[in-house]
Ligand binder design. Structure first.
Ligand SMILES: NC(=O)c1ccc[n+]([C@@H]2O[C@H](COP(=O)([O-])OP(=O)(O)OC[C@H]3O[C@@H](n4cnc5c(N)ncnc54)[C@H](O)[C@@H]3O)[C@@H](O)[C@H]2O)c1
Length: 235
């Protein structure tokens, strides 16, 4: 799980713009800036998220060169005292980019700033094989959140029964788990998705030799069957 700060940092920081340097050249500039309340807010969400997963949080920054990252690391470390049950580590972003490819299973939950999260979340998505596999949430402090697949509307395959529905299905699980605190219901959906994959069903975007190629509709029906089969609806 990548927890990305979404409303601050270099994408919004002031000053920004174009000007002219001492040599008369046009320059473009932006500002990476974070205040403690912005870092504390996302850090708490990340610690809470790690608590719902496997209790490990890796904070990714560039504290060896960026002052904004030095403050980031200081605040995340301070907030960690509120979460003694969570194992916190820190990693520089260049190393994190490499480690995600080398051994993604070493990570449980990652928390990072806006720009690093933008890039690392896309990198992480491809570890699963397709953007059709991953859900996302945009969370405010007091909700409601926005839960959606990480992909867009896939216009090039519209109406062809080719789209992978799992990212959208898993968005509903994320809504239940992180939006409504309904962990058991979320788990039913996640288990059903896993069942369909274990059975060897694959939509075209993640299909390879040895697996059964199915369309969007069939994949959806298989997930539904698994939900109904595993736990009676009344429970
Ligand atoms: N989070 C978002 O809201 C979001 C993200 C990306 C794009 N968009 C919007 O979606 C529209 C199309 O954008 P795009 O084509 O750049 O991105 P896209 O994510 O819709 O598609 C990119 C590629 O991935 C494939 N793809 C996407 N989802 C898939 C799925 N579930 N199963 C199989 N293949 C899948 C598409 O066929 C396409 O080849 C645009 O209007 C864009 O603004 C929205």
């Amino acid at each position: 799980m990548v927890v990305r700060e979404l409303t601050g940092g270099i994408y919004f920081g002031q000053p920004r713009g174009f000007s002219t340097n001492d040599n008369g050249e046009e320059v473009g500039f932006n500002t990476e800036v974070y205040a403690p309340h912005e870092i504390d807010r996302i850090a708490r969400i990340a610690f809470e998220t790690a608590r719902k997963r496997h209790g490990k949080l890796c904070s990714v920054d560039k504290a060896n060169v960026l002052e904004a990252s030095m403050l980031w690391r200081k605040r995340v470390t301070a907030i960690a005292s509120e979460y003694p049950d969570i194992e916190l580590s820190h990693m520089y972003v260049d190393n994190a980019a490499m480690q995600l490819v080398r051994n993604p299973k070493q990570f449980d939950t990652i928390v990072t700033n806006n720009i690093f999260g933008d890039i690392l979340s896309d990198e992480a998505s491809m570890i699963t094989g397709s953007i059709g596999m991953l859900p996302s949430a945009s969370l405010g402090e007091s909700g409601p959140g926005l839960f959606e697949p990480i992909h867009g509307s896939a216009p090039d395959i519209a109406g062809q029964d080719k789209a992978n529905p799992l990212a959208t299905v898993l968005s509903a699980a994320m809504l239940l788990k992180y939006g409504l605190g309904e962990e058991k219901a979320a788990q039913r959906i996640e288990t059903a998705v896993l069942d369909a994959l274990i059975k060897g069903l694959r939509t075209g975007d993640v299909h390879s030799a040895g697996y059964k190629l199915v369309g969007c509709k069939e994949m959806g029906e298989e997930v539904l069957k698994s939900i109904e089969h595993k736990i009676p609806a009344a429970v």
